[in-house]
Design a protein around this ligand. Sequence first.
Ligand code: FAD
Length: 277
Amino acid sequence: METHNFSIEFFPPKTPEGAEKLRATRRQLAELRPKYFSVTFGAGGSTQQGTLDTVLEIQSEGHPAAPHLSCVGGSRESVRAILQQFQAHGIRRLVALRGDLPSGYGGAGEFRYANELVEFIRAETGDWFHIEVAAYPEMHPQARSPQDDLQNFARKVKAGANAAITQYFYNADSYFQFVDGVRKLGVDVPIVAGIMPITNYTQLMRFSEMCGAEIPRWVRLKLASFGDDTASIKAFGLDVVTALCERLLAGGAPGLHFYSMNQAVATTAIWQRLVSR
Ligand code: FAD
């Protein structure tokens, strides 16, 4: 199976130990030859330097890397400076987001939505960057309605995005429905499926609550039934997520983007199963 449309996401490490651990994770994951690694960006610029440092380290190891850039809380001037910094370092790909401000952060800044960021990036830098944006097959939690969310997604693409990566999900039909819906709105960019490996029940429930991803009832009940038996959780998670990936690829998904959580084992296991079949 072709692996050129697989990508892998990291978050910037906060400590020297975290940075060292991420290097080891990367060495393992680089063997899978992903198309690129991406590195998240804390809303409000809280990880700006960490994101850039991690991207530059990945580039220096000879792998393509894309920083995420979230605009909420930022000004035109601050985003312009970041874009110039990315250009100066030869970065050609980025993931453009609105982001979420932590509560109590204060003003929302000069950008309200990701479509304004994409428009600004194109106005400032032309075609320099390949721009990915976020997509929500199960609807963004703040959207007024699924239809409204589709329209907002289409607006973001029309502002100049080249491709999209979805929030993670475990219902393949939500992805296919979403893709059908946006194609009807004239959006024809690739929509890569975001994949969250399942390794930890409590963490999965917490993240999914925050980002609006639904865990199917049968998956939730089964995971809960394993209690502290992490080996069974991981084995079941591997089966469920590999089957999801197979269904997505068979149904035409142009690629997979793995939310690695800076861990190599689960992503590698899914990937190896996919390529061995
Ligand atoms: P938008 O596309 O702006 O949408 C946000 C909400 O506003 C939606 O409900 C949408 O329907 C609505 N909306 C959009 N445009 C309009 C408009 N013009 N008028 C009215 N309503 C509108 N967060 C980070 O902080 N850092 C990261 O690195 C990061 N990486 C991510 C990577 C991926 C692949 C994904 C899927 C998410 C990521 N996130 C990240 C989370 C993301 O920032 C949040 O989901 C955030 O709430 C929305 O960002 P967005 O870019 O999708 O926003």
